[in-house]
Design a protein around this ligand. Structure first.
Ligand code: GLA
Length: 391
């Protein structure tokens, strides 16, 4: 149940690289993430509160003498070749997370040469733990090291996000990539997506832990609905801008402005924007709770976030709602909500550590009764961000 990247994964990636290419590779790891509060706020210039977890993508990389890229995915046991001067989307999907980053670095004027890359990971895929961001960030970080490109951590995260926006086609915000690159052990990252300033907030209460319940579903509308939500937020901003030109994003907007200019025009856009404006405030209040060690109050806000995501932003699904409802009145759980983009993946739960096993057994049993599905449970430990693995 606990989340640990084993050295065996690292060894498997390393050995596969040696088998395919022979030379000694550079090894880089980049983690998945959780987010405590602040959901769908990043692309609205709001705040987020993610942390890197000890589940990783590991990349082995080495230079080639020509202008080719040769990729191998250990989990899928698939390879893919590309030419540096003709990057295009692949039918396999996973190469896009790597090729998109290469393209972004090229567009930023960096001299990326030919390379071989093998990767593997233990971040559950489709679970909303950002395995794709981890792959993008591991790639960016590894290319930076291999070709001495002198790119900052922030620019690696931004290039990874742009790869996902432009090459993969999901208009995500910066949260996942930033958390992967900037993660720190036992620290949450309070990131302000308006100007990329950030603070670390300690998260080391010995009585509590973070439990993820994985619905084991990923509904197919996830990425189209995600892009649609983003457009709806932009529409809300445009309606207010007609009256207040200084307003550039929902970060600058008040509930009163939404009531006045959006509510009479479009009820759906109003609901979306109402959720986002409330969530930005909720995160700020939640950070005060953490400062005061008031985890009960923080947990209540997590439930409120879920309610907003379920009813106003409408990115939840039956399976996620069942998992949250199952813990609402459980004394072991201080707070719970769906996490990430939505339409499947995991709930995040703040749990009393001495009651974890009991809780997991109860929830998995009841979820199975209600949905016929088998949920997975993971304990997420907060870990460090992207780094080179030294032998
Ligand atoms: C996905 C995106 C993030 C963020 C979350 C929702 O994980 O990649 O940028 O928008 O959804 O908070």
């Amino acid at each position: 149940m606990s989340i640990t990247t084993t050295t065996s994964l690292q060894n498997a990636v390393h050995e596969k690289y040696l088998e395919l290419h022979g030379d000694t590779p550079l090894l880089v790891r980049s983690p998945g993430r959780v987010n405590l509060i602040g959901e769908h706020t990043d692309y609205n210039q709001g705040l987020v509160l993610p942390a890197a977890i000890n589940k990783n993508i590991i990349v082995a990389i080495g230079k080639r003498d020509d202008r080719h890229i040769q990729l191998y995915a250990l989990d899928q046991q698939e390879s893919f070749d590309a030419a540096l001067n003709a990057l295009e989307r692949s039918p396999l999907l996973w190469p896009d997370y790597i090729l998109g980053v290469v393209q972004q670095l090229q567009q930023r004027g960096h001299d990326v040469g030919g390379f071989n890359l093998v990767f593997g990971g233990d971040i559950p895929q489709g679970a909303g733990l950002s395995s794709s961001a981890a792959l993008e960030c591991a790639t960016g970080f590894a290319l930076n090291e291999l070709f001495d490109l002198d790119i900052s951590r922030l620019d690696i995260a931004l290039a990874a996000q742009a790869a996902e926006n432009e090459f993969v086609g999901v208009k995500c915000g910066l949260m996942d990539q930033f958390a992967s690159v900037f993660g720190k052990e036992q620290q949450l990252i309070k990131l302000d997506c308006a100007d990329f300033s950030y603070d670390y907030i300690p998260f080391n209460n010995p009585d509590l832990c973070i439990v993820l319940f994985d619905t084991q579903v990923k509904h197919s509308l996830a990425s189209s609905a995600y892009n649609e939500r983003r457009e709806q937020c932009e529409r809300g901003v445009a309606l207010i801008q007609q009256h207040h030109q200084h307003v550039k994003s929902l970060r600058d907007v008040t509930i009163e402005q939404l009531d006045e200019y959006v509510k009479p025009v479009d009820a759906t856009v109003y609901n979306r924007c109402h959720y986002v404006v409330s969530e930005i405030k909720r995160l700020q209040d939640g950070c005060e709770d953490l400062k005061n060690d008031d985890f009960n109050a923080f947990g209540q806000r997590m439930f409120e976030t879920h309610d907003g995501l379920q009813h106003l932003y409408e990115v939840s699904c039956d399976e996620l709602d069942v998992l949250v409802d199952l813990v609402r009145d459980n004394d072991a759980v201080l707070g719970a909500r769906m996490m990430g983009g939505g339409f499947g993946g995991c709930t995040i739960n703040l749990v009393k550590i001495d009651q974890v096993q009991n809780l997991v057994d109860t929830v998995i049993g009841a979820y199975n009764e209600r949905t016929g599905r088998t949920a997975q449970a993971y304990i997420a430990n907060i870990s460090g961000g992207t780094n080179v693995i030294l032998d």
